[in-house]
Design a protein around this ligand. Structure first.
Ligand code: ATP
Ligand code: MG
Length: 252
């Protein structure tokens, strides 16, 4: 029996002015699975992730996460968009933590101010999330006192603190020094093993092969290839996928 989908996307279209960026993207993500998205620069990967989180408003298409469904073609109102946004936690390429707040304050900000959770509870939970990302000792530091990889792990703890159903990662390691990449990938691997549902845009092909249940190759706003990690990454059938993988693997 196949797992129920936690995320479904149907026929997503997004343009910036005359430029069509997403041209009818579909996606099914069963609960507890990892989906990796790869593709050339400008193919629409970030736009797609942001559309799942209602940070971008597509013209057309349906996004459903768990019990919440938004039909972008039907002029959804702000409360519906807010509800969709609350379903997922997003970790960006660079962390964007508040520099003048401690690690702990950064993590409890969302739960306390956006969700109205009382500060004592939020603090207690924040320590759990910090433990989860291996940064228990760092609660009282400021972001500037951490390495890029540690800051990115705080970003992950902050996303977890909002208790989302789905985690979205947009090239979480591409801005990091090579020596800190492994720790961030390790945290994501742990989250996958714990059963989190994850959609990750990444150029870390070995990592994707290792943890992804499915891989999508996005090219010029369409899913040009999709399948198991082994099919797409080791024996791609689309020449564009082969060409892209050749370029990415050359760079390593
Ligand atoms: N706010 C915006 N206004 C206008 N054009 C935009 C905007 N955001 C993205 N674009 C354009 O949409 C296209 C897709 O951008 P997107 O950031 O989704 O690509 P990407 O696949 O994430 O690329 P990268 O690998 O470089 O991160 C690009 O041509 C980009 O210039
Ligand atoms: Mg991008």
């Amino acid at each position: 029996m196949s797992l129920p989908n936690l995320l479904t996307v149907r026929n997503l279209h997004k343009a910036y002015g005359p430029k069509k960026v997403l041209k009818g993207v579909d996606l099914d993500v069963p609960a507890g699975t990892v989906t990796a998205m790869i593709g050339p620069s400008g193919s629409g990967k970030t736009t797609f992730l942001r559309s799942l989180n209602a940070l971008e408003i597509p013209e057309l298409g349906i996004v459903s996460i768990d019990q919440v469904s938004v039909d972008y073609g039907a002029s959804p109102k702000k409360p519906a968009l807010r509800q969709l946004r609350a379903q997922s936690g997003m970790v960006f390429q660079s962390h964007n933590l508040f520099p003048h707040r401690t690690v702990l304050e950064n993590i409890i900000e969302g739960p306390v101010y956006a969700k109205g959770i009382d500060k004592t509870n939020a603090t207690e939970q924040a320590h759990e999330y910090l433990k989860q990302v291996g940064l228990s000792e760092f609660a009282d530091r400021y972001p500037g006192q951490l390495s890029g990889g540690q800051q990115q792990r705080v970003g992950i703890a902050r996303a977890l603190a909002l208790e989302p159903k789905l985690l979205l990662f947009d090239e979480p390691t591409s801005a990091l020094d090579p020596e800190t990449v492994g720790d961030v990938l390790g945290v994501m691997r742990d989250l996958a093993e714990q059963g989190w549902t994850i959609v990750v845009v990444t150029h870390e092909i070995a990592f994707a092969r290792d943890i992804a249940d499915q891989v999508l190759f996005l090219d010029e706003g369409v899913v040009a290839e999709r399948g198991s990690a082994a099919d797409v990454l080791d024996t791609p059938s689309n020449p564009r996928t082969r060409q892209f993988l050749g370029r990415v693997l050359d760079r390593i």
